[in-house]
Ligand binder design. Structure first.
Ligand SMILES: Nc1nc2c(ncn2[C@@H]2O[C@H](COP(=O)(O)OP(=O)(O)OP(=O)(O)O)[C@@H](O)[C@H]2O)c(=O)[nH]1
Length: 381
């Protein structure tokens, strides 16, 4: 186990059992005397069967958001998440503080798990900017793992299975975080079939053929005997066949566990999978994450430099550093400049220093003017 706590984000379709799973792993961790830190990010949930340490509902009133912004349920969830995301820095700081060992209470075990429940409207969380910011912020501070909760009894046909795998695949590529597939409700349906389909292409083909022959192809999960098109369509089955080949590479990145959130079966295996994913996160995902962040910072800096250059051009000021120019300044002038620069705290070189001094020359304080306002005033002048 790494020194830092691991963050487990539970994502799953509505009714897949995310909240029950959260309750189960929460109880399991309490049972091992390793108290987790619990976060609820579902603003629309009425009651949760656990006590979250951070609850989005404490900061955002979902019903009020819907009313005030005249939104439907999904828009309400999205806007609530957006509002909550404005506090993400505070949340991460709080998590960092809370998960650090407390020297005042050396007998208290440090928190090793942060568990996060998300809205059942997966797309609202995974495909929104706020979802991405929340996940990125968590992953920057802690090893972060996605637990994708699957409703096993509803995934028992080849077509629903494939749809779910494609969904999981899109979440993996969107979040770029290690993922564990949790086949939930194993007390109702043994997930062995899913594990087999993921590792044995022939087994999947056989199941597909059988469904075609029995007329259950196309999604007979809910109705015994199947409700899909009789005999299936040749196009669909050949598509599913090719899909399963394509997804082979994707499957190799996943850990798969069967769990019953109802009985607790498989929860041990889930935590074993979490351990292996922490190593994977630190080895494969973290360097990628750090690179993305460095790129973002660099892009911001490049953009800033471009804007300053543009401003200099608009003001007909050469954007080369002043020291490089053969401007015959007197010693006295140089001294004055140095004094000014010291006051600026910017130094003589560089566009920013010059920008600050140009602002000074216009007798306006840099603090008073936004970049845009100054650009406008320069144009007018
Ligand atoms: N038999 C069985 N039922 C389960 C299991 N896990 C969840 N359920 C049931 O599935 C239903 C949905 O569970 P929830 O935990 O509310 O699902 P959710 O994904 O949080 O649903 P949303 O809040 O709508 O996103 C409930 O009736 C649960 O009792 C399980 O492992 N076995």
């Amino acid at each position: 186990m790494a020194d830092r706590p691991v963050c487990i984000v539970c994502i799953g379709m509505a009714g897949s059992g995310k909240t029950t799973f959260m309750q189960r792993i929460n109880a399991y961790l309490h049972g091992t005397s390793s108290r987790p830190y619990v976060i609820n990010l579902d603003p629309a949930v009425r009651t949760v069967p656990f006590t979250p340490n951070i609850d989005i509902r404490d900061s955002v009133n979902y019903k009020e958001v819907m009313k005030q912004y005249k939104l439907g349920p999904n828009g309400g969830i999205l806007t609530s998440l957006n509002l909550f995301t404005t506090k993400v820095d505070q949340v991460v700081k709080l998590l960092e503080k809370r998960t650090k060992p407390d020297p005042q209470k050396p007998e208290t075990k440090p928190i090793k798990h942060i568990i996060v429940d998300t809205p059942g409207q997966i797309e609202v969380f995974v495909w929104s900017a706020s979802g991405a910011i929340l996940l990125d912020s968590l992953a920057t501070s802690f090893p972060t793992v996605i637990a994708y909760i699957i409703d096993t009894p509803r995934t028992a046909s080849t077509s629903t299975f494939m749809s779910n795998m494609l969904y999981a695949c899109s979440i993996l590529y969107k979040t770029k975080l290690p993922m564990i597939l949790v086949f939930n409700k194993s007390d109702v349906k043994d997930p062995a079939f899913a594990k087999e389909w993921m590792t044995d292409f022939d087994a999947f083909q056989t199941a597909l053929r059988q469904e075609e022959e029995t007329g259950s192809f196309g999604g007979g999960d809910h109705v015994p005997g199947g409700s899909g098109p009789q005999g299936g369509s040749g196009y669909m089955s050949s598509l599913l066949n090719s899909m399963s080949l394509v997804l082979d590479e994707f499957y190799s990145h996943l850990s798969v566990v069967g769990v019953s959130s109802m009985t607790g079966e498989g929860v041990n295996e889930f935590f074993e999978a979490v351990e292996s994913k922490i190593d994977e996160f630190e080895r494969d995902y973290q360097p990628e994450l750090e690179k993305r962040q460095a790129d973002r910072t660099k892009n911001k800096e490049d953009q800033r430099q471009k804007e300053i250059s543009k401003l200099m051009k608009d003001m007909s000021v050469d954007d080369k550093p002043e020291k490089d120019q053969s401007d015959p300044l007197s010693d006295m002038d140089d001294e004055d400049d140095d004094m000014d620069d010291q006051e600026d705290g910017q130094g003589t070189d560089g566009l920013e220093g010059r920008f600050q001094r140009v602002l000074k020359g216009s007798q306006r304080s840099a603090q008073d003017l936004s970049f845009e306002r100054y650009l406008n005033s320069a144009k007018i002048g």
